[in-house]
Design a protein around this ligand. Structure first.
Ligand code: ZN
Length: 294
């Protein structure tokens, strides 16, 4: 058994290219999200699953400075669950209610009840085109993996199996991981059937990661599908906010908003949603931004 010290993502070809898999070990990124936001167990599971899926989608981006944002609004008590990943597989995110707690009804954390299912999963891909790509699906269950599977199948027209898992004790994230298996156009009936038969093995992804870690999980999960690892990437939780970015955001608020901050608050404090870093602006600094906005 190997102990890995970083999170990683593998792109894997299956059955001579008839399908592909993306496999991720995301234990450290989910732990970091838990630490930064002080997440409850349910919030850790909900945001952890979303970060894990979004990091995998980030690994599918090709160009520099591209990003993908996934936001889930299901009407449940956790509020919005949002994650952003870039093409370097750096990911960040937040939930509306990080302290959310609900009584457990079965063995699993009640993520679906916290998220709700009266709403949508929205995916925005910024690939520096004129307009960003926006895809949306109605939530299936609020359990997140099924919702992403529906997104890939309905919105991107790529039949996909998605498994996401976060194993969390009171103090820490024991393990986290995810798997996306996608059938390629032209795959044979036999290939599709092989994937369907293997689907049951994909379900306990956090347990598999805890025991086997990323490289060991390849054979454990995909042995019957002739896996060939094509690419290995590192992935991590990282917020790329900066004072310069916050300044730009303040400028885009416009003159009236800035004037109001100057006149009534004599300054501004801006907290980053993703890492909780606080940026403070004095009245004089706001006046300089106001000039830039004019
Ligand atoms: Zn930040």
């Amino acid at each position: 058994m190997s102990i890995s010290t970083t999170d990683g993502i593998l792109h894997i070809s299956l059955m001579n290219g008839q399908a592909r898999a993306i496999l991720i070990e995301s234990t450290r990124m989910v732990q970091q999200a838990k630490t930064i936001h002080g997440l409850s167990k349910i919030a850790t599971a909900a945001l952890g699953r979303t970060l894990t899926a979004t990091a995998m989608m980030g690994s599918m981006l090709k160009g520099r400075d591209e990003s993908v944002t996934a936001s889930i609004k299901g009407g449940g008590p956790i509020g919005t669950v949002l994650a952003v990943a870039n093409e370097k597989c750096e990911v960040k995110g937040y939930v509306g209610n990080p302290a959310i707690d609900l009584p457990r009804t079965g063995k699993k954390l009640p993520v679906g009840a916290a998220v709700g299912k009266e709403g949508r999963l929205t995916v925005i891909k910024d690939m520096h085109m004129k307009e960003p790509y926006v895809g949306q699906v109605n939530l299936v269950s609020g359990e997140i993996a099924e919702d992403f599977a529906m997104y890939f199948t309905a919105s991107e027209q790529t039949p996909s199996l998605v498994s996401l898992g976060v194993l969390v004790s009171d103090e820490r994230v024991e393990s986290a991981g995810g798997l996306i298996v996608q059938v390629m156009p032209g795959a044979s009936e036999a290939a599709i059937q092989s994937i369907e038969l293997s689907a049951g093995m994909f379900m306990d992804i956090s347990g598999t990661m805890k025991e086997y870690h990323l490289d060991g999980a390849v054979n454990q999960l995909l042995m019957h599908l002739e896996p060939q690892v094509l690419e290995r990437r590192e992935t991590c939780y990282r917020c790329d906010c900066s004072r310069q970015r916050v300044e730009r955001a303040l400028i885009t608020l416009g003159r009236d908003e800035l004037n109001d901050m100057i006149e009534t608050q004599h300054g501004a404090q801006v907290d980053c949603h993703f890492c909780n870093k606080r940026y403070t602006f004095t009245e004089g600094e706001l006046r300089a931004l106001l000039e830039a906005a004019t």
